[in-house]
Unconditional design. Sequence first.
Length: 635
Amino acid sequence: MTDPDEPGGRKPPDSPRPVIPNQYSFLWLSAAIFLMVLWLQDQRQPQLQELAYSEFKTAVTNEQVASVTLHNETITGQFTDSGASRFSAEPGSQDGSAGFHTVRPPMDDPALLELLEAYEVTIRAQPSGLPWWQEMIRGFLPWILLLALMFWFWGIAQRRISQGGGPFDYGKSKARLARKETSTTTLDDVAGIESAKREITEIIDFLKSPQKYRALGAEMPKGVLLVGPPGTGKTLLARAIAGEADVPFFSISASEFIEMFVGVGAARVRDMFLTARKEAPALIFIDELDAIGRSRGTGLGGGHDEREQTLNQILTEMDGFEPHENILVLAATNRPDVLDSALLRPGRFDRKITLDRPHKEARAAILKVHARKVPLAEDVNLEQLAARTIGFSGADLKNLVNEAALTAAREDLEEVTAHCFEVARDRIILGEERDAHLSPEEREAVAYHECGHAIMAYYLPKADPLTKITIIPHGMAMGVTEQTPKDDQYTYTESYLKDRIKVMLGGRSAEKIVYGEVSTGAQNDLKEATALVRRMIGQWGMSEKIGPLGLSIGEEHVFLGREMGLPREFSEKMAELIDAEIQAQLLALEKATVEFLTEHREQLEALAQAVLKQETLSSEEIEQVLREVDARKIA
């Protein structure tokens, strides 16, 4: 909640929440009192006896009517003493009714006035229309209700304003201000991205002491773009900057600029930069920049006038920085390929900091940061755990530590053991175990399928080492063969990729050898193998027949219009050659896989029987089974 006495500032945590009295409660109270008075006035009106018109004329002739009041066809009046005793309000009533009420038939009765005058009945005429108080209600009550409704909405608006919102603040920036004394995250809480931390430390130092850099003719960069896959620590790094910087830190998500009203996004951008200039030196952090920074003019699926107006306003504001304005825009995105080129040019975002998935040493450092408050058992080795979590991002590692702690709590342990981390890792990689009541035939087919993958992974020289085989269903998979690379890899050779495809085809090939036919269980394997071969041939030039061509085959385009507008890179004849080469390579790799598994049929049978018996085999158990079979064959 922002403090009204401090522009853009936060209220201290211990300050009481402001209480705004309802200034319009008197209006509701007055309306309630007015309606109560009208109700009481109506209750004080005397109760009138209902009479038929014929009974009324009989009472007049019997000299039991003292006076009457005529109003259109309605006749009210008062009885004489004899009439009051004659007509009672209700049977058993203690008091007779002194008044009566009747309705004259719609036809004229000219003898009525003569009759009343003959028996000396006092005649009064009531003016047409409603009584004065009913006229007041009819005239003023709708306005009172309308005003009450308006004041009610206004009261809601006042409460929203006290909480940082209001009906007229659509053009106000939603950026939240964080200060060093209120932030709990520092650069010590960020691990595994040391190069990015060095860049950020330099920028923070520039904001703190700009004179040192200006004396050398240096100018502070206007923008820094944090680029990286999801979960690599972009937002965490921004929070750490807020905790380290001695300057105001404004943070906002790019999606908060866009509203249903036209022009709101651009107005909020203007307001955010205006506030930052008043607080300079300052930092502005825009998360998920691609929400408003997508390329303009991308055709189908990419155009949005309101978003483009917001982007144009950001470009204008970043160009408007004067050299003496110490304002830095920090933005984060995991889709740099869709950003507009005008946004990325020097002078706007001068620096790009790439945050990639952490390597082994970085993963160990991240695990140590997240495990600081977790009681670890003696058998937990974070370095070994980091080696077995290749491909995990910082967010994945945080989730791993949390899942291990949850597993320890479920098992009523006082410390988090290595077994807890193993269970948590399987839950993240393989998915949650589920109950799938397989028939014995399906269970056996799943075992042979997974053992086909395992045999190829175990014996092929370039394949990643085996970690585990299980025929317990996890997630959407009926069985899982897990492999873990020895080291982090950034480039892949052709032999490695071909061995990887053979491992993918191992399950289908094992089914073909054992049952003489294949099942639908290899659908995902075939999809991944085909996509990998397509990239090998079309993008990486790993085909002697096609040659070293780098084509955009297998690439995914974010915008349909951009893909449709791309020029044709190859002819129909080349497309036929590429398709034929993909098919030929897949057939050749499948043939080699079937021949290899046929030669190792005995190992396949032994491993399948072992996994059917135990359901899950570790890498040591797999190696023991296969070594025994190899030893018997040699003997």
